[in-house]
Ligand binder design. Structure first.
Ligand SMILES: Nc1ncnc2c1ncn2[C@@H]1O[C@H](COP(=O)(O)OP(=O)(O)OP(=O)(O)O)[C@@H](O)[C@H]1O
Length: 272
């Protein structure tokens, strides 16, 4: 996969946060137009990987290329949307005013504000204060902010956390609609049952990618029925391989599934 087809191309990404090595030489390719699930237990490095992709993370080594440009470069400002775990909206502003504010910052017009309100089905609460929104509406407002500027890549950090199953299904339906329009989505979650909604899955553990495959491929390869069991089977096989070779557990247990490709640029970020 080259830069024409890959939305994200990462080679040898290492990140140290504080004094702790958090990512250990990751290789990753995200195909354009796919919904890619980034799954793994809390603390495994999902947010750090996402921050590296959107260019807000200082990296210790490696190459991160996004839509053919260096991660975090000005050329990507309108092409990449990022939704962090905490809703970054103003509680004391109405929904529409929040969106108009963020639209001004990136130079998007009011037509775009209207478009993302419709897209995220927030029309009925457009005049409500953000603090009055339900959890699901608040998540959709954060998503609406990320959608301003019509990004080609959406990086969504645990967008469904804290939502009930019905709202989660609604949000995943919206992700599928966006992907059908050609948007690439990288969506993190530690809810394994969301895996089935993705075109492909990236499983992480302890700062390493232990598998990248389609949901069906992952189940077939591990002989399991759920993503959760597949994850556990991969960990077990990694530990067994580690015991045989003397390698540390949690290392790459499925290197053949990793489609590493040549990144061209070194990513630079703003925060450690
Ligand atoms: N500012 C920081 N300084 C030092 N270590 C940090 C910092 N932020 C995160 N870490 C550590 O980096 C590791 C990866 O954190 P990260 O937030 O990327 O994990 P995550 O998989 O997204 O977790 P979660 O699912 O809980 O959000 C964790 O061990 C965490 O403690």
């Amino acid at each position: 996969m080259d830069a024409q087809t890959a939305a994200v191309s990462i080679t040898g990404l290492s990140v140290v946060r504080g004094k702790t090595p958090v990512l250990h030489g990751l290789d990753l390719e995200v195909p354009r137009g796919d919904v890619v699930g980034l799954l793994g237990p809390s603390g495994c490095g999902k947010s750090t990987l996402m921050r590296s992709i959107v260019g807000t993370q200082v990296i210790a080594g490696g190459l991160v290329e996004v839509l053919g440009d260096e991660a975090g470069s000005a050329a990507l400002r309108h092409r990449v949307g990022y939704m962090t775990q905490d809703a970054a909206v103003y509680d004391d502003l109405p929904v529409a005013a929040n969106l108009r504010y963020f639209a001004r910052i990136i130079g998007a017009d009011d037509g775009q504000v209207q478009r993302v309100i419709e897209r995220t089905d927030l029309g009925s609460v457009a005049r409500s204060m953000a603090e009055e929104l339900s959890g699901g509406q608040r998540s959709r407002l954060s998503l609406a902010v990320a959608l301003l500027g019509a990004p080609e890549l959406l990086v969504l950090d645990e967008p469904t956390v804290g939502l009930d199953p019905v709202l989660r299904v609604e949000l995943w339906r919206l992700f599928a609609e966006l992907a059908a329009d050609g948007v690439t989505l990288l969506v993190s979650s530690h809810v394994m049952d969301e895996a089935t909604r993705c075109d492909s899955l990236v499983l992480m553990r302890e700062g390493r990618i232990i598998a990248q495959d389609t949901p069906a491929g992952l189940l077939a390869r591990t002989g399991t029925a759920t993503a959760e069991d597949a994850f556990l089977a991969l960990i077990r096989s990694g530990e067994e391989a580690g015991a045989e070779t003397g390698a540390a557990p949690g290392g790459k247990t499925a290197p053949s599934a990793l489609a590493a490709g040549p990144g061209k640029h070194r990513a630079t970020g703003e925060t450690p």
